[in-house]
Design a binder for this molecule. Structure first.
Ligand SMILES: *Cc1c(COP(=O)(O)O)cnc(C)c1O
Length: 394
């Protein structure tokens, strides 16, 4: 593993990762792998990528000192404000990167999967920007609980395809997107929304999201005179916002990295999405990682109140960080996340996404001192979750 924390040349993080794809997909995955390194290191790519991040997505995202939250928990708490990006989450960092790649590869049709709809919206957005056709696969259950995002995608010109297999959520949408890619290998680029899927996706998505920790280094230096906080907290669905804010800190061992999974009703209730807590080694969506599965190796259905965390796998990067002990993984129930969302809103005037609320809820689980600096990644804003927040209140 090198300084910048990418997978090895075969896409492995220790024993996790790789590219386990059907023969029909092999060529797609290999050609993406071959061109991506060469393209993303070119000055033209970097110029366009950073230009769009700044002038289109609104980066750098602020680092806000949370005074009242700090008083409550007895530490210095900062919030990395990915909620303020265009389209409302960190997802846009990745879709901007991948759409530039797609265009460079001469692709004319874009497909994506989405859970909460944030990745679908971010993908539909960059497709509108570049004038490319866009098809988004979304589970029917998620289409109901995230309806405003379905409308947004449609207004942006995307076709949203309902997926009715499994429990009709993110895993099932990902299966459909992979199937589409097999059928349309020549003109279609698959924009994956997290650090999951076959190599090179986990590596590539982590790189695009690493802009978060790159900014954090200089923002903390300015605010606190040090680049290194005591703790970095981020929620983990597939793990892309966490990978992005961990990225440049991986080799800074004095910084404690904490990923927060969705426990749902509780890790031992069978209604959970805490893959690192309950998963076993397995293969999902082309990657060897930890997977929620039964004794026969069948993938079990995940559950979380948060559509963005409702995934039975986890990026191989996190399986590896957990296995090596470099990062700690906690989990937070639906109830705890809802309480944390209300708390942040009341204390700081920020309504977070339900996903981000999981990271915030972990604040109460750390043993901290007054002088500890804690950075929480606020991965997205709560607009899409207003219905869940209203229902929780009543
Ligand atoms: C999609 C999403 C997540 C979960 O995805 P990761 O890849 O784990 O980051 C978290 N927060 C928000 C706001 C999201 O939209």
């Amino acid at each position: 593993m090198n300084e910048t924390f990418t997978a090895d040349k075969n896409g492995y993080y220790g024993e996790f990762g790789g590219a386990f794809v059907p023969e029909m997909l092999r060529q797609n995955v290999e050609s993406l792998r071959d061109v991506y390194h060469q393209i993303i290191e070119s000055p033209e790519f970097q110029k366009e990528f950073t230009g769009l991040l700044r002038n289109y997505a609104g980066r750098p995202s602020p680092l806000s000192f949370a005074k009242r939250l700090s008083d409550k928990y007895g530490a210095k708490i900062y919030l990395k404000r990915e909620d303020l990006n265009h389209t409302g989450s960190h997802k846009i960092n990745n879709t901007i990167g991948q759409i530039i790649l797609a265009r460079n590869m001469g692709k004319t049709r874009i497909i994506a999967e989405t859970g909460a709809g944030q990745h679908g919206v971010a993908t539909a957005t960059v497709c509108a920007l570049m004038g490319l056709e866009c098809v988004v696969y979304m589970g029917e259950t998620d289409m109901v609980r995230q309806e405003p995002n379905v409308k947004r995608m449609e207004m942006l010109g995307a076709r949203v395809v309902p997926v009715t297999s499994g429990n009709k959520t993110l895993k099932d949408a990902t299966n459909e997107a992979l199937r589409d890619w097999i059928c349309n290998p020549v003109n279609t680029f698959y924009i994956i929304g997290s650090v999951v899927g076959p190599h090179p996706y986990p590596d590539l998505v982590a790189r695009f999201q690493s802009v978060i920790s790159e900014e954090l280094l200089s923002q903390l230096r300015e605010a606190e005179g040090t680049e290194d906080p005591g703790y970095i907290l981020a929620c983990v669905g597939g793990g892309s916002n966490a990978a992005g804010i961990f990225y440049h800190y991986i080799n800074r061992r004095n910084v404690r990295l904490v990923g927060v999974e969705a426990a749902g009703e509780g890790v031992n209730t069978g209604l959970t999405a805490a893959t690192i807590a309950v998963g076993e080694r397995g293969i999902i969506h082309g990657s060897k990682t930890l997977v929620m599965q039964n004794e026969d190796g069948q993938i079990t259905e995940p559950y979380s109140i948060s559509a963005g965390l409702d995934y039975p796998g986890v990026g191989p990067i996190h399986a590896w960080l957990a296995r090596t002990g470099r990062a700690d993984y906690l989990n937070v129930t639906d109830k705890e996340a809802l309480a944390a969302a209300y708390e942040l809103t009341k204390l700081e005037g920020i309504i977070p996404a339900l996903e981000s609320a999981h990271a915030l809820a972990a604040l109460g689980k750390l043993k901290v001192n007054k002088t500890d600096i804690i950075v929480v990644n606020v991965s997205g804003r709560g607009d899409k979750d207003m219905q869940a927040y209203f229902e929780a209140k009543t």
